[in-house]
Write a protein that binds this ligand. Structure first.
Ligand code: ADP
Length: 547
């Protein structure tokens, strides 16, 4: 027997309709790419998204067509986003930090018919325009006055695209399982693979992210996603915020410490989200200028492991709650978040810090388990570590066009529907998960595994250390031994001996790096992670003093 409730499709336009009806006055504030701070509201964004939808329809864009965006977090990007999805076309967010050849590859792979592009990235597209002939029209996210001279095909200013159009338009009706947006993983090996979110998965994910134990934004909150919309939907904030009427602050192209600080302060931001490298820049700026953040309540940190020293600085020095989160593009992207369970508020800080340094608990809609190399389930005792497997309605079961499927199918999940995250983790009895490594980054020393993340987390707490990376280097006796690679803070002269002394007693003896190498720069991926593949290549022939 079926239930007798209404059939109300879980589609993305419902989110913006709700924001317009009940939070129409709430602001979306942008540091525009042209320079000035621009203020708009959900009502205006709703109206202008409909104009985008109407303009696209007139230009022959239809259900299932892919439209690229190569853009920062801005109000205009949000209008393009909802306009594209509102007609059942697919919004393909392109990560500008990928190599130009990779961008050309994914535009062709996605068969983008149009690209909405920020002024910043016009030169980038001009360089690869010949390789991406599939694109029929380029919409420059600006107005006539700021339109650049460009060789891009059929280039038109966004304001001209919607200029002479009214917003009398009904969103196109389609099934909730229709594809809504497409985001390629940066793919450290092989070509990037496309994750194709559905309307239903986005709506369910937004509801889950809005949960009280998760981001839990309210209509009274002001949320600034520093994490870009091209990095897995700005961690779902682009759906979660309008669904509750939270004000949004969009940082545009400027993600440096002073610019981020200025917006957090002047717009009285209460919740913000980004990868650790962004927060490192902010904290350095605040430290140097003796600044405070009186309005900020919560900071979501994820994308790579948040070092305990950073958690401590935010919580103890600036009184901002850190929500350590973990996820991946394939998971829409949030999987876990580290909010306390009952009783943890009363634990001593040293114990709380241990909990907060873990990657957190699965939110509703995410199932999680760990398995050994043979696929056997491992205990949730906080000690056993294994392959982290996930399942849920906002987790990918295939990549776009069947790329990377298992055993000649397009499926990327096992027979029971589990997706292997490629991460190695522990799960404790209270459900807190801790990543020890990417499977391909673990260091195998004498048949045992050393967690590079654990060693890095401790090393960045050492005074004078700005960035720390640990990789395995070949060793005649132990197969591999850890090498610690460090970027010093400006003006620091910290030595190998000082770093090793600092690590002593904080990590297991046999995890101690066999050597420390100092470099000026550590390469980061397009989503701000340490590029271990490149580091391993760079130090391939490195001779450890112990070898
Ligand atoms: P990419 O395109 O760079 O692969 P993703 O954001 O999808 O981008 O990367 C997901 C991976 O990032 C995870 O599988 C995990 O290895 C890593 N990651 C994300 N959050 C954390 C975290 N809080 N701690 C440690 N690793 C993390």
């Amino acid at each position: 027997m079926l239930g007798s409730m209404q059939d109300w499709p879980l589609v993305v336009p419902q989110i913006l309709d709700h924001a317009m009806r009940f939070h129409g006055e709430r602001e979306v504030v942008t540091r525009s790419v042209e320079g000035p701070i621009v203020r708009t509201t959900y009502a205006q964004i709703h109206s202008r998204s409909r104009k985008v939808a109407k303009a696209l329809t007139r230009r022959g864009i239809k259900l299932g067509d892919r439209i690229g965006t190569l853009a920062w977090n801005t109000g205009r990007h949000l209008e393009a986003w909802y306009g594209i999805m509102g007609i059942g076309a697919i919004c393909h967010t392109i990560n500008p930090r990928l190599f130009p050849e990779q961008i050309a590859y994914i535009v062709n792979h996605a068969e983008d018919r149009m690209i909405f592009v920020d002024l910043t990235f016009v030169p980038l597209l001009e360089k690869i325009a010949k390789q991406i002939d599939v694109v029929e029209t380029y919409v420059i996210l600006t107005d006539k006055a700021h339109m650049p001279q460009t060789s891009l095909k059929n280039a038109i200013a966004f304001e001209d695209l919607i200029g002479n159009i009214d917003d009398d338009f009904n969103w196109v009706k389609f099934d909730e399982n229709t594809a809504a947006d497409l985001c390629y993983t940066s793919g450290t090996t092989g070509n990037p693979k496309g994750v194709l979110y559905s309307h239903r998965s986005n709506v369910l994910h937004a509801l889950a992210v809005n949960g009280g134990d998760c981001v839990g934004a309210k209509s009274t909150d002001t949320l600034m996603p520093v994490v870009p919309m091209f990095h897995a939907n700005a961690w779902a904030t682009t759906f979660a915020c309008p669904s509750v009427g939270a004000k949004m602050v969009m940082p545009g192209a400027k993600l440096d410490g002073p610019s981020v600080y200025e917006l957090l302060d002047t717009e009285k931001v209460t919740i913000t989200a980004a990868v650790p490298t962004v927060w490192q820049m902010l904290l350095t700026h605040m430290e140097a200028n003796n600044l405070k953040l009186p309005y900020l309540k919560k900071v979501m940190i994820g994308g790579s492991a948040c070092p305990p020293s950073m958690i401590e600085t935010f919580e103890k020095k600036y009184e901002v709650e850190v929500m350590h989160a973990w996820g991946m593009t394939e998971m829409s992207p949030v999987g876990t978040i580290g909010s306390f369970k009952s009783g943890m508020e009363d634990m001593p800080w040293s114990e709380q810090l241990k909990v907060k340094s873990k990657q957190g608990r699965a939110m509703f809609t995410v199932e999680m388990k760990i398995t050994d190399d043979n696929g056997k389930d491992l205990p949730h005792d906080g000690k056993a570590f294994g392959h982290l497997m996930v399942r849920g309605p906002a987790i990918a079961r295939a990549y776009f066009k069947g790329e990377g499927g298992r055993h000649g199918t397009d499926s990327i999940v096992d027979k029971d529907g589990w997706f292997d995250t490629g991460d190695i983790a522990t799960l404790d009895p209270l459900g807190f998960m801790q990543i020890t490594d990417r499977a391909k980054d673990v260091i195998k020393s004498g048949g045992e595994w050393i967690s590079s993340i654990d060693v890095e987390n401790v090393a960045v707490g050492c005074p004078g250390v700005a960035i720390a990376a640990v990789i395995g280097v070949a060793h005649p006796k132990w197969d591999e031994r850890p090498l610690l690679i460090i970027v010093r803070k400006p003006d620091s002269k910290v030595t190998k001996e000082e770093v090793l002394k600092y690590l002593e007693g904080k990590i297991a003896k046999w995890w101690m790096p066999d050597d420390v190498a100092f470099v000026n720069e550590i390469p980061l991926t397009a989503t701000g992670k340490i590029q271990k593949v490149t580091l391993r290549e760079q130090f391939k022939t490195y001779k450890l003093p112990t070898a």
